[in-house]
Design a protein around this ligand. Structure first.
Ligand code: PGA
Length: 250
């Protein structure tokens, strides 16, 4: 049985006071209606202490949106994995499309960030996905394969066992356009085959592969019903407790 995870990526939304209120509401909702999935809240760095406090004793876990590739030292503005662990984070996003395509982070840097997460005991949620033009030209699988290789090739089975993958087609993020369960499922299957080639059958069978991109309460159940889709990475709809809780399955 693979781990199933529903994670809310708050992006650059909610200050620490607003974040604590949202996290309290989500924790209360989960207490009233437990989920079979792991639920992970991924607020901005500055809200992490308040969110952790708000979810203390609940089933929800905390994650960060980014991590330095370095462990310590003269790297102004960076946040290390150890700092995130000290705040109780268990997960960290690596390679979210906004960091790839807006901030300009490339494959080599993301591979180092992924390894920094593993060194510090975090589970990296490594995000991959193609641009609209790449899908339209038939290059989606090639792009996603390249991103997976850049991040995961060369990891040991023990290291890879803590990696979570997230397929987020860039054209679906924040656009209201969701991939169909079939499109997502096909890509998840391709990702799993590639992991099998790179890291072996056990790694392929066990790695959770999440889908992200305009997931809403109306689309969540259909996506989660597919056996290739092990969970969801939710942006916009994770910013209100009622819509996020409506996505989290029982
Ligand atoms: P969205 O964001 O749900 O708002 O499309 C998903 C993501 O970027 O992780």
């Amino acid at each position: 049985m693979r781990r199933r995870i529903v994670a809310g990526n708050w992006k650059m939304n909610k200050d620490h006071v607003e974040g604590a209120a949202l996290a309290r509401d989500i924790a209360a909702g989960l207490a009233a209606r437990p989920s079979s999935c792991e639920v992970v809240l991924i607020p901005p760095f500055t809200s992490l202490p308040a969110v952790r406090e708000a979810i203390r004793g609940s089933a929800a876990k905390a994650g960060a949106q980014d991590i330095s590739a370095e462990d310590e030292g003269a790297f102004t503005g960076e946040i290390s994995g150890r700092m995130l662990r000290a705040l109780g984070c268990e997960y960290v996003l690596v390679g979210h499309s906004e960091r790839r395509h807006i901030i300009g982070e490339g494959g080599a840097l993301l591979a180092r960030k992924l390894r920094a997460a593993l060194r510090s005991g975090l589970s990296p949620v490594y995000c991959v996905g193609e641009l609209l033009g790449e899908r339209e030209s038939g290059a989606a699988e090639e792009v996603v394969s390249r991103q997976i290789r850049e991040g995961c090739e060369g990891l040991s089975p023990a290291e890879f066992s803590r990696v979570v993958l997230a397929y987020e087609p860039v054209w679906a993020i924040g656009t209201g356009r969701t991939a169909t369960p079939k499109d997502a499922s096909d890509m998840h299957g391709a990702i799993r085959r590639l992991i099998g080639d790179l890291l072996g059958a056990e790694a392929a069978a066990e790695v959770p592969v999440l889908y992200g991109g305009s997931v809403k309460p109306e689309s969540a159940a259909g996506l989660l019903a597919d056996r290739e889709i092990d969970g969801l990475l939710v942006g916009g709809a994770s910013l209100a407790a009622d819509s996020f809780l409506a996505i989290v399955p029982r």
